[in-house]
Write a protein of this length. Structure first.
Length: 272
């Protein structure tokens, strides 16, 4: 909790919190501990103990006040609330249900096929590719060269040698991947499959490790990606992610582009 709170308060400028300008140069980026405490209506010592990990199970009202001061997003607020409940958002407790469900229901597989010619896939909570139509596989050049159990979109973004060339907005994609994994550990605290991919990418990618330390939290429900695809060419696609019922974190992801546009034509070429 302390690391998360420090990372968030460093990003809130004093004037954003309604504080008057201070004379001289501030040594602390963002808000000081004392300022957060006063604005949240708690004692300075109490807030200091929170950041030091010495204050256990703060009340929901206190966390609500701190979230307001630090201008947390809904995803970040949920993350803080889970930390406040004493949830171990670290490896070791096995998660609520242990290993993730990897079986994709037939009805969901049919939805992936129905999406043709639009790329569609089913991802696990740790971003393993559990099912995909041909257009989706072609959207990730080279992923079919990996064994099926190793096909993972987070791994692809940080480890595959062609990913940085494929994603014209790689920095945004990478940031989103890490923020999504942070959000996933809120819903599935201690889940071994999540922490295995986090540990792997932390070891293999300095960029991932740096982003993980930022404590950004954001569930990926939709977004926009710009591709420099080796066969389809440059195209901008949006995507929507839908939670799959009774699936322990699976999500159906469908990519699209406005009809009668060059992006749409490029997308359709993935199914040729």
């Amino acid at each position: 909790m302390g690391e998360f709170l420090r990372s968030r308060r460093s990003r809130v400028a004093p004037h954003e919190a309604g504080l008057p300008p201070s004379a001289g140069r501030r040594r602390t980026a963002g808000l000081r501990r004392e300022e957060v405490a006063i604005l949240a209506g708690v004692s300075i010592e109490y807030y200091r103990r929170l950041e030091q990990g010495k204050q256990q199970r703060p009340s929901p009202a206190v966390l609500e006040a701190i979230a307001r001061v630090l201008k947390l997003t809904d995803d970040e607020h949920r993350y803080l609330a889970e930390l406040g409940r004493g949830r171990a958002l670290v490896p070791g407790d096995g998660g609520r249900r242990g290993r993730a469900v990897r079986t994709v229901r037939d009805e969901v597989r049919r939805m992936v096929d129905i999406a043709h010619p639009y790329p569609a896939c089913v991802l696990s909570r740790s971003s393993d590719v559990l099912a995909a139509n041909q257009a989706a596989l072609r959207l990730f050049p080279g992923i079919e060269d990996w064994p099926e159990q190793e096909r993972n979109t987070a791994r692809y973004a940080f480890v595959h040698p062609g990913a940085r060339e494929l994603y014209a907005n790689w920095d945004d994609v990478a940031h989103g991947v890490v923020a999504h994994l942070r959000a996933a550990v809120v819903v599935h605290p201690g889940a071994p499959d999540l922490w295995e991919i986090v540990d792997e990418l932390t070891e293999q990618s300095a960029e991932f490790a740096a982003l993980w330390r930022r404590y950004d939290v954001r569930a990926r429900t939709n977004g926009r990606k710009v591709y420099r695809h080796p066969t389809a060419g440059r195209m901008t696609l949006t995507y929507e992610a839908f939670d799959v019922a009774r699936s322990d974190g699976q999500r159906l992801v469908v990519y699209q582009a406005p009809p009668d546009t060059p992006d749409h034509a490029a997308l359709l070429s993935l199914s040729d």
